[in-house]
Write a protein that binds this ligand. Sequence first.
Ligand SMILES: Cc1ncc(C[n+]2csc(CCOP(=O)(O)OP(=O)(O)O)c2C)c(N)n1
Ligand SMILES: [Mg+2]
Length: 388
Amino acid sequence: MTMSTTTLLALLKRQKYEFFSGVPCSHFADLFQRVSMDSDIMSVPAASEGSALSFAVGAALAGRRSVVALQNSGLGNIINPLTSLVQVNCIPTLLLISVRGHVDEPEDEPQHRIMGASTHALLDQLAIPWSEFDGTPHGFMAALVKAEEAFKRSLSFAVLVRKGQLSAGVGVAINGEQQADNYPLNVGDALEIISEALRPTDLVVSTTGFISRELFRLSDRPGNFYMQGSLGHCSAVAAGVALAHPSRRVVALDGDGAVLMHMGVLSTIGHASPRNFLHIVLDNEGYVSTGGQQSTSATSSLEAVAVACGYRAVRRCVTRAELSDAAARSLLAEGPHFLLCKVNQSHSHSLPRVTSRYTPEENKEAFQLALNQPRTFRLQAVPASGAR
Ligand SMILES: Cc1ncc(C[n+]2csc(CCOP(=O)(O)OP(=O)(O)O)c2C)c(N)n1
Ligand SMILES: [Mg+2]
């Protein structure tokens, strides 16, 4: 059974919900775009699930009923404010949790397997009552009534949403791809240009979602470690490799949503300052892997953050020529480098999954083999323009 996001919003409004925040999942269809256009509900696109919940708590303190939407992978980001803020202060909140890796869907991606099998037990352990959405308006209303009962006992309540249960709303079509259309390159173009600048010995750690899948499609090699899950942690993994292996050049291929989720890591990288490290952010101003929901990178200057955090050289590229020059220069001079590349939201129509060829463990083993080959590189003294 499937219910539209228009109906979902209407039912939330009937129950007097007035504030929405969250981090997208593809299961939510166009919910995030639709709520952002709804004048009856104030919405904040949060960088992480923990801050989404905290915004909701702030709104609740100010007297507004709040709902937070997240993927079950985001439970890891939410548990601290959920337990130490929401539960301790008795500020009950409605959670809409999309369930990836449900035990009934063994074909789902491996990064969701453990959380998929643990979501219900985790909520039970935290004493958060929940109900599984059945895909009907009646079922959603019944869940909202149960939420009311929980709120009376100062408890939060979770509604668990499965794949295919929410469909795009009716009325004005919302196309997430329109936002960054004005940039000439897409992720595939950018990865081709970057790949040309790489040496066979360079190591690459790529972020979860379409960026890893495009890299796998265009340039699969043993020196690629494809992150699946752990959104926002790709640059720390890559910088960890760079610090532990100073004789190898290491590249993090990141997304804007991922960087925003754990932006504090930029300060750590600037502080640790691995000279053999290049951080490339493919910024399409949205969460394209989950449907093109808007991120907040269009109104932030991630490159200015990197400068302020102590990266040695920072560049912003939009065109093919700019990216090609910046990638070549960054790979020759001492880092840490930060290269922000604005890209549009288009992708190849058939993006293969990394798991069609490797299990995560096989990918790790291939990467470690590539890492332990004793070839080294020497940094050359080419000044990167835009160096601070
Ligand atoms: C903690 C967590 N929250 C949400 C998700 C769902 N998710 C997977 S990929 C993705 C989008 C990431 O956006 P960005 O880094 O900008 O890459 P893009 O998809 O735009 O290439 C999201 C939200 C997740 N995997 N983990
Ligand atoms: Mg993005």
